[in-house]
Write a protein that binds this ligand. Structure first.
Ligand code: SAM
Ligand code: SF4
Length: 328
């Protein structure tokens, strides 16, 4: 068995697989209102190709967890089958989703062996939700969360991004809402990954601001468990056991502990969200490479992983692919 080790000794065991770059929401921090030029279908890996590469990662490279994402993974028709076949490889599987349609598919996903879901929800106010996602679908997300919880896809996690002047006054309300329903909330700092290049260091809401706001209503104490490679810094809320997390990718980067690697919907290995280079597994796969050859190519790609994302560096350049095409 090989492993996905980089030049700095970090070993990737957590694979993020993007199943599509398409989405049915238009979150302002992710996509422009008109959407993007979607990837031509022939460039996208087929269901069999996705499962083959997941198999290479699990059986040859020591990957222990596979998280399906996108774009919106629930719009991928073969999702349940891909989950079932990945689960059969003996790997943990999870899904990051905007929750639209989850009310309908949660039972099938659970039956296919999916372990957990993360659902993105930035506001529980219908007008703010609409402003952020440009769609009037809050009720669908709320129903999707409940269905995921009922189907046993827990602990159900909620991901939220705060945007200045839009929902940055709603951290307390969002946490109270999640606590009431037993969902684990994690705030993610906004990163420079939107296609419209709308991010700015001064405009983003920092982890410190989020924590200060939460502390007006809750007592937060650092959770005792070591953070390890988990990106979220966890806090006990009012003594626990409930927790809230903050993923401070920008202001408190955790690159030194990173255990991730990404596969895009068109079969490119990316060693980081912010990588400027990719390694083409799809071409090798379609040219007839064996599993061992694909694994070797993947290991070589890992050696190019940078030490850190360098967002704060003056020479930082945003990656060419937006978040929705990389897989968040
Ligand atoms: N469509 C699914 C969803 O929204 O959960 C999966 C893909 S989405 C790209 C994955 C996660 O990335 C979501 O939680 C979303 O909020 C987050 N995200 C998207 N753009 C972001 C940005 N510019 N900065 C920080 N997080 C972002
Ligand atoms: Fe779609 Fe997720 Fe991007 Fe929102 S964050 S536009 S739901 S891919």
């Amino acid at each position: 068995m090989g492993k996905l080790e980089d030049r700095y000794g970090r070993v990737a065991t957590d694979l993020r697989v993007s199943l599509t770059d398409k989405c049915n929401l238009r979150c302002t921090y992710c996509m422009p209102a008109e959407g993007l030029d979607w990837m031509p279908l022939e460039q996208q890996l087929t269901d069999d190709e996705v499962v083959r590469l997941v198999g290479v990662a699990v059986e040859h490279l020591g990957v222990r967890e596979v998280r399906f994402t996108g774009g919106e993974p629930l719009v991928r028709r073969g999702l349940v089958d891909i989950v079932a076949r990945s689960h059969a490889l003996g790997v943990e599987t999870s899904l990051t989703t905007n929750g639209l349609g989850l009310a309908r598919t949660a039972p099938a996903l659970a039956a296919a062996g999916l372990d957990r879901v993360n659902v993105s929800l930035d506001s529980v106010r219908a007008d703010t939700f609409h402003q952020l996602t440009r769609r009037d679908r809050l009720d669908d997300v709320v129903a999707g969360l409940a269905a995921a919880s009922d189907a046993g896809l827990g602990p159900v996690k909620v991901n939220a991004v705060l945007m200045r002047g839009v929902n940055d006054d709603q951290a307390v309300e969002l946490l109270a809402w999640c606590l009431e329903r037993g969902y684990e909330l994690r705030f993610i700092e906004q990163m420079p990954l939107d296609a419209q290049h709308g991010w700015s260091r001064d405009g983003m809401i920092t982890a410190d601001e989020i924590l200060a706001q939460l502390e007006t209503a809750f007592v937060l104490t650092p959770a005792v468990e070591p953070r390890g490679s988990a990106p979220a810094e966890l806090f006990l809320v009012d003594g626990g056991p409930a927790t809230v997390g903050v993923i401070a990718s920008v202001t408190r980067p955790f690159c030194g502990d990173c255990d991730r690697v990404r596969l895009t919907a068109d079969g490119q290995v990316r060693t980081c969200l912010f990588a400027r280079e990719e390694s083409d597994l799809r071409a090798a796969l379609r040219a007839g490479a064996s599993d061992a050859e694909l694994a070797e190519r993947w290991m070589v790609a890992m050696r190019g992983k940078a030490a850190g994302h360098g967002i704060d560096d003056p020479t930082f350049l945003q990656p060419d692919r937006p978040m929705s095409a990389i897989g968040g």
